[in-house]
Design a protein around this ligand. Structure first.
Ligand SMILES: Nc1ncnc2c1ncn2[C@@H]1O[C@H](COP(=O)(O)OP(=O)(O)OP(=O)(O)O)[C@@H](O)[C@H]1O
Length: 245
């Protein structure tokens, strides 16, 4: 099994060496190396089935059933967000946010986190009373209220409509600029990766095949020629034929 060593390297919240992960006969991650620096925003692209979720779940310590080996070093205080918000339906919004928090200031911190994601005043709502985008805002508040050193995000905006997704990009960028967690964001969306990340990785054949630093000033616009150049080179690496559609 992979070694899960909590937070050994303060300057490198994520350090993965020689990670091998498989299901039965099938090897999904094949000697993968990865480092994410403090406060660095890294997006992870890859074709469907390339192992992105497997990697994220391994970092989150959520993959008990698989076999494998290698070194995985992540901070103890990591948070995870998924495509679905995974709120407890029988708990009010504020209670969902402070679920893992200790201390008498938890409600106050929870309220502040909800205000940061634009949900001040909705503390006593039930999850079912919120839209999908609002539920995802609650999930972000819950993830960030503990001031994690690492935020792991698996397609967090994948189920949202295009306009809501763009709003969530702005929100996530703001939140990350303020709280500075290291981020590993799994996404199918090349534009999302180039818009948000300091570095974009491409997972292929069980390893990181492309490691591309995105050197673009904020705010990033999809019309910038350099944005388009990054987009094109990543689409090419993914094997997407850009002459189609
Ligand atoms: N619990 C499991 N049992 C058996 N095989 C699994 C399991 N989880 C994932 N796999 C297999 O591992 C491979 C990688 O899956 P994974 O979900 O990590 O890919 P992904 O890159 O996240 O895909 P997608 O982009 O479609 O979500 C796939 O072939 C998948 O079928």
């Amino acid at each position: 099994m992979a070694t899960h060593a909590g937070g050994l390297t303060a300057t490198r919240p994520v350090r993965v060496q020689g990670l091998v992960r498989g299901f039965g006969d099938r090897t999904v991650l094949d000697g993968l190396d990865l480092e994410v620096g403090a406060g660095e925003f890294v997006a992870l692209l890859g074709r469907s089935g390339s192992g992105k979720s497997t990697l994220l779940r391994t970092l989150a310590g959520l993959d008990g059933a698989v076999t494998g080996s290698g070194l995985v070093d992540v901070p103890d205080n990591s948070s995870v967000v998924f495509q679905d918000a995974r709120l407890l339906p029988w708990q009010r919004v504020l209670d969902n946010v402070v679920l893992g928090l200790r201390g008498s200031d938890a409600p106050e911190r929870g309220r502040a986190a909800l205000a940061e994601v634009g949900l001040a005043g909705r503390e006593r709502a039930w999850p079912s009373e919120l839209s999908g985008g609002e539920q995802q805002r609650v999930a972000l508040a819950r993830a960030l209220v503990s001031e994690p050193e690492l935020l792991l995000a698996d397609e967090p905006f994948g189920a949202l409509d295009a306009l809501t997704r763009l709003r969530m990009h702005d929100l996530l960028r703001e939140l990350c600029a303020r709280h500075r967690p290291a981020v590993l964001l799994v996404t199918h969306d090349v534009d999302e990766a180039v818009t948000l990340a300091d570095r974009v990785l491409l997972l292929d054949a069980g390893r990181i095949a492309v490691d591309l630093a995105i050197d673009l000033p904020a705010p990033r616009s999809h019309r910038q020629p350099r944005f388009l150049a990054y987009r094109e080179s990543l689409l090419r690496a993914l094997g997407v034929d850009q002459t189609e559609g």
